[in-house]
Design a protein around this ligand. Structure first.
Ligand code: SAH
Length: 230
């Protein structure tokens, strides 16, 4: 069983168009779509925005629906200058930029008995890179930082870039990475850029959400073809 997670309805809908939905289960104020795609069993859902919602949904996918891999598809704000709206990025690792226990001497993003960065699955990232190569699609790899804030400020963005060496910013990946590390489930995260996370990002986001969601969805489906998992 492969779990496919998004944050928003707009991110999930274009993926649902490619799969054969067998059943829709209402659970925990959410809908879980059980589906088939080329002999593979999938559970798909959008969690609603933010770290708590995405962590809850990822946990339910793993614990209740037995997902053995979690793949995230969605949109993000660009941090790296060479990322333009519509470009794709996969996370090498994710972190939570809004965790701050620095007054106790810890580095930003660090929680005692946990860690700052959660690694994404190398095998799944290799599949993504080979699909990108085959289809001649530009695919960047980098750290993606999450927090429960929509970033639309250059100064804040630069702080996140400098502190976490992040290439993109969003609101879920660090939490899902944490869940997958805790439960020992491989995690993959793909994002298409919707905005630059600077002043005016809110306007760009609304304009490009649908288009960028489709870019991410389409690539994820191409990747699914290459994943061996029943
Ligand atoms: N306009 C939406 C809210 C969007 S929140 C509404 O009214 O419902 C932004 C979503 O896209 C989050 O799920 C987050 O993961 C991602 N995202 C894209 N750009 C972002 C940015 N600049 N900062 C933080 N999250 C961003």
């Amino acid at each position: 069983m492969i779990g496919i997670l998004c944050a928003m309805r707009e991110e999930l809908e274009p993926i649902l168009e490619y799969v054969e939905v067998k059943e829709v289960i209402d659970y925990g104020r959410n809908k879980y779509y059980l589906a088939r795609f080329q002999n593979k069993d999938l559970v798909l859902a959008y969690s609603k925005i933010g770290k708590v919602n995405s962590a809850t949904t990822a946990t339910i996918m793993i614990e209740k629906f037995n997902a053995r891999k979690v793949l995230f598809s969605g949109v993000a704000g660009a941090v790296d200058e060479d990322l333009k709206i519509g470009d794709l990025i996969i996370a090498t690792k994710t972190c939570q930029h809004d965790i701050d226990l620095t007054v106790f001497g810890y580095e930003p993003g660090f929680v005692p008995e946990s860690k700052v960065y959660f690694d994404c699955d190398k095998g799944l990232n290799d599949i993504a890179k080979s699909v990108a190569k085959k289809l001649d699609i530009k695919l960047k790899e980098g750290i993606i930082a999450s927090g429960d804030q929509f970033i639309h400020n250059k100064e804040k963005k630069e702080w996140i870039k400098k502190t976490f060496n992040a290439s993109a910013i969003e609101m879920e990946g660090g939490a899902v990475g944490n869940v997958c590390w805790t439960l020992d489930v491989p995690f993959f995260m793909l994002r298409a850029i919707s905005d630059t996370a600077e002043e005016g990002a809110g306007v760009d986001f609304d304009k490009f959400l649908e288009e960028s969601s489709k870019v991410s969805a389409k690539f994820l489906v191409e990747m699914l073809k290459e994943i061996n998992e029943k």
